[in-house]
Design a binder for this molecule. Structure first.
Ligand code: IPE
Length: 260
């Protein structure tokens, strides 16, 4: 089984509120169908969640009643995005089911406290593709907080030990510096946990409430420590996802799993 994340910056335009990139998601769904693999899909919130969550300071937890409106709005919008993703998968022949993280999990200080995988297991057994997503959810000490798609990937990777984890992003993979800011940034084709520890990444400039690239690198290191290989792939370039899914070489960053 393969665990995949569609980054919010691939499936939405992060600079425009609630802007879904339909042609890109169509292409990705087509490639998923062609590969004929079993997978769990997680998607980010992009401009359906970050802008709203930032406006209402949702990632700092519950402090004022007015945030409840923001919680409801953010949840509604990411659910809408999830419907659009499900719709696109359906149109390309992939029977999928949307699983809101708040219905399976409670956090405590941004870390999982309870996670019930029974529903995911049963849908997988039936042959349906579970699709979950970054959302606002209950948090024991904070009232609520953000559950990012990256956190979901990490939890699911530990639980299911997939053949590989694929992050579909709007960049070719990892660079030695932020390629959008630094023309000398060099592309990294393959790397290890050890090498990743010495890598400096810069935060991106979007209205992100989750941790951007630095947070992703930390997540990947924890996934790799379970012996699971991770691939970072550009979702905007046709067939890179397809080739990664079918083990054909293409441009990506491959982070080797290593349990030592
Ligand atoms: C963020 O999820 C969830 C909310 C802001 C509600 P992610 O952190 O996984 O989203 P992207 O991939 O950065 O857009």
């Amino acid at each position: 089984m393969i665990l995949l994340k569609f980054g919010g910056s691939v499936i939405t335009d992060k600079t425009t509120e609630c802007c879904f990139k339909q042609p890109t998601v169509d292409q990705l769904a087509k490639e998923l169908f062609q590969a004929q693999k079993s997978f769990i899909l997680v998607h980010g919130a992009g401009s359906f969640g970050h802008i709203q969550a930032k406006k209402y300071h949702l990632n700092n937890g519950y402090s004022t009643k007015s945030q409840l409106k923001g919680f409801s709005l953010t949840h509604m919008m990411v659910q809408k995005l999830n419907s659009m993703v499900l719709n696109t998968l359906y149109d390309h022949g992939i029977p999928a089911v949307g699983l809101p993280p708040h219905a399976m999990m409670i956090l405590d200080n941004h870390q999982p406290l309870q996670f019930n995988t029974t529903i995911i297991d049963n849908y997988l057994d039936l042959g349906l593709t579970p699709v979950t997503y970054g959302d606002v959810i209950l948090d024991k000490s904070q009232g609520f907080s953000i559950c990012s798609g990256d956190l979901l990937i990490e939890i699911l990777a530990k639980q299911y030990h997939p053949d590989k984890v694929i992050f579909v992003m709007d960049e070719d993979g990892l660079f030695t510096a932020n390629p959008k800011l630094n023309p000398d940034a060099k592309f990294i084709t393959e790397t290890t946990i050890k090498e990743l520890s010495s890598l400096q990444t810069t935060a991106n400039t979007y209205a992100d409430v989750t941790k951007g690239m630095q947070g992703k690198v930390e997540t990947i290191k924890r996934i790799a420590a379970h012996g699971i290989d991770t691939y970072l792939v550009n979702g905007n370039i046709h067939n890179r996802l397809f080739h990664t899914l079918i083990d054909k070489e293409t441009k990506y960053t491959h982070i080797f799993g290593d349990t030592i």
